[in-house]
Structures are given as C-alpha cells and as structure tokens.
Write a protein that binds this ligand. Structure first.
Ligand SMILES: [Zn+2]
Length: 101
C-alpha cells in the first residue's frame, strides 16, 4: 500500500517488532457493542482447547476493526475503514494541516 508521497506500507513492516510507522485501531461507534461481544468470544475461546473456534472468533472480531496509519515521511493519515480486507487497496488519505488549534 503506497502513500501519496511514495512511502510503502508493506505487510512485512506490520510484522516487525519495531514498526517504522504508527498505526491505530479504529472501530465505528455504531459497531462498538458488537465488537466488544466478539472480543469476549475471542477471550473465551483463547484457552487453546478449540483453535478453530478461536480463529473464527478472531476473524469475526477483526471484521469490525479498521486502522489509521501515519506516514513517517509526510505525516499523511491513511484510513482503512473496518471491513477492508487484506489485499484491498481502498483507502482514504488525509493530509496534516499546518499550525495548531
Ligand atoms: Zn507519505
């Protein structure tokens, strides 16, 4: 995934312990209660007894999570809405304004 400045957010960067950029999880307020319910299912199935049930719970919860990635080169914000699947290139880009409020 490329920023407009050319910086590339590669999947390998997400796997690194020390990321080269900041990334934030985003959950739509309208889906927050459903997300919490799914997260509780993740916790409840995380005991290792049923790995398939746990994987399904993680998948259901993560469907409610998007992200905001901060470009380390130009400070643009790349917004991936919840429900955006891996490999999709749809994103919204926001540019930092000068000055403070
Ligand atoms: Zn950039």
């Amino acid at each position: 995934m490329l920023c407009k400045c050319g910086f590339c957010f590669t999947p390998e960067m997400l796997a690194k312990t020390k990321r080269e950029f900041d990334s934030f999880a985003v959950i739509n307020d309208k889906a927050y209660q459903r997300f919490l319910k799914r997260e509780l299912e993740v916790v409840a199935t995380g005991n290792g007894q049923d790995p398939d049930a746990h994987a399904h719970a993680v998948a259901r919860a993560s469907a409610h999570v998007g992200s905001i990635r901060v470009c380390p080169k130009c400070s643009r914000l790349l917004f991936l809405r919840p429900g955006t699947r891996a490999g999709e290139f749809y994103r919204e880009v926001y540019q930092k304004e000068e000055g403070t409020y």
